[in-house]
Design a protein around this ligand. Sequence first.
Ligand SMILES: *Cc1c(COP(=O)(O)O)cnc(C)c1O
Length: 383
Amino acid sequence: MFDTLISFIREQYRTQEFIPLHAPVFAGHERDYVVDTIESTFVSSVGAFVDRFERDMAAYTGSPRAVATVNGTAALHIALKLVGVGAGDLVITQPLTFIATCNAIAYCGAEPVFIDVDRRTLGLSAVAMDTWLAEHAFLDGDGLCRVRANNKVIRASVPMHTFGHPAHLDELTEVCKRWNIALVEDAAESLGSLYKGRHTGTFGAVGILSFNGNKIMTTGGGGMILAGEELGNHAKHLTTTAKKPHPYEYVHDEVGYNYRLPNLNAALGCAQLEQLDHFVNAKRELAARYSSLFENSPLHFVKEPDHCRSNYWLNAVICEDIEQRQVLLKTTNDQGVMTRPIWQLMNHLSMYEHCLKGDLSNSEWLAARVVNLPSSVLPEFLA
Ligand SMILES: *Cc1c(COP(=O)(O)O)cnc(C)c1O
């Protein structure tokens, strides 16, 4: 049944060997820059590549500040602290996400509130969020958004741009503003994606990126906090043990974190960032080919939302039902073409099953049907 799909994918990657979902590409200055850190001995917490990586990423995304971190989860942990998320608080997010989104909320001593996604964007639905808030929350005398049932404060909302497709950011910004909730974008998957011409990760008070090995570009492990000047300065302070500048003494003025990105990893990041536009173009070309392949198929190929340019980090199809999904997963994986179902919903995991939630019908519907397809940069783009 999926023979056409399998031979199409094998044609794209020109191989009869195993085809992974996503493989990193090192076709630029990676080796030179990494060797540079070794020869200079600056492989660790001090070095020129960290500064350069932060400057280059700020320029690329148009964010006033960019602060590099050890990974995307650490970036999200700090992002939430920056907007004041603390013990006993609530944070709205989508149940259809990677576990890191929820874990970062838990690290703050806060709990997620699960709100449904849009079927079109696979990201947090502004309408579902507004509807749930109207029914369950109120603004108190200090203008804080509180849940009626337990009086807890909803401090932030974290939409996630699933597989690189931007969520409805204008609508989410409006709802957050009206309810006095800080917007924090989990843009871990969407580096290079634009919403109305502007980079995802730059719409909220804070945004975060990930450079894990499976993302559109990698530093081995790494992340970035995108913010304005003030929060950016605080982010730098918090991720570097909250040490005050002093010629020789140790002076720390709050509980800080050792979350800085080593120079060795930043070197890789500088080289990868030089190729990012090329990677995005390659992925968009592959997505266009998948899209035509699925044009007259019962499977629905997930396309970029209106007014958006997606990085198509991971291509995805929506199957008609779970039985069809199981056949697709088994047939492709048996034949050495890697495919994977979307994540299990966060509200079904034991750590988060007690959390507050709204109606999650779209998330449930998608969780049973979405499958990711091989999405690495095509060999013809590596010449
Ligand atoms: C990859 C990812 C992160 C961050 O992951 P790290 O591995 O810690 O860099 C966070 N959120 C989402 C949705 C992700 O896909």
